[in-house]
Ligand binder design. Structure first.
Ligand code: GRF
Length: 220
């Protein structure tokens, strides 16, 4: 059994590329039903096309309101047959009607150790706060921006000379492995959301799972 997955992306698409590569390597029991977004010229969509994955883009300016844009976008996601939606660098806030419809079936990757630094400029904010560690989180999507139940995190140390760029550069490859591991855990039925909590192997998580150096998820 493979899990039908739709990916939403707005830009570069390195997380999408990691998912495509992991699937091609036989590491992910998924099939891509659609890669969609809000920017027709996004590299993520071009890469999907190059791999034979259907793509779809809508122009937000053509819609009077967010709710209408999201309804149209997610009508296509649903029609694709997706059972899981992965937000991989999708830069738009979602309408609550859509998040309610996809509860437990939509995940997001966010470059901070949630609940720290929801929203933008996470690397800068971690540096300005004098944090000694930083990381990325994958979470189920709720109506609250970057606020749904966290599945797993990956951590890196912050060095004294780090800049936003060096942090981002060091974190990105780990973020890719984190996303692949989380999608794999959902596709294999190990991880799900129930009653606003993340469950793993039949138990609610007290803390997010952590990505090990071998690329596996472990209890915190
Ligand atoms: C990633 O850092 C992700 O955490 C954030 O947006 C960035 C997307 O990068 N949500 P890419 O488009 O996957 O390369």
């Amino acid at each position: 059994m493979t899990l039908p997955v739709a990916v939403l992306a707005s830009g570069r698409g390195s997380n999408l590329a990691a998912l495509i590569a992991a699937r091609a390597a036989g590491e992910l029991p998924i099939e891509f039903t659609l890669v969609a977004g809000d920017k027709a010229d996004a590299p993520a969509l071009r890469n999907a096309e190059a791999h034979g994955i259907p793509t779809f883009a809508l122009e937000p300016k053509s819609f009077a309101a967010r709710a209408e844009f999201d309804a149209a976008l997610f009508a296509n996601v649903k029609a694709s047959g997706a059972q899981l939606v992965v937000l991989a660098g999708y830069m738009r806030i979602l309408d609550p009607a859509v998040t309610a419809q996809w509860t437990g079936r939509m995940i997001n990757i966010h470059p901070s150790l949630l609940p720290k630094y929801r929203g933008l400029h996470t690397h800068r904010r971690a540096l300005e706060a004098g944090d000694t560690e930083h990381g990325s989180s994958v979470h189920f999507v709720s109506a609250e921006l970057d606020g749904g139940p966290v599945i797993a995190q990956v951590r890196i140390k912050i060095h004294p000379r780090d800049t936003e760029d060096t942090l981002a550069e060091r974190l990105l490859p780990k973020e890719h492995r984190l996303l692949v591991a989380c999608v794999g855990a959902i596709a294999r039925g190990r991880v799900c959301e129930r009653n606003g909590q993340t469950w793993c192997d039949g138990r609610p998580l007290a803390k997010p799972l952590q990505l090990n150096t071998d690329g596996r998820l472990a209890g915190a």
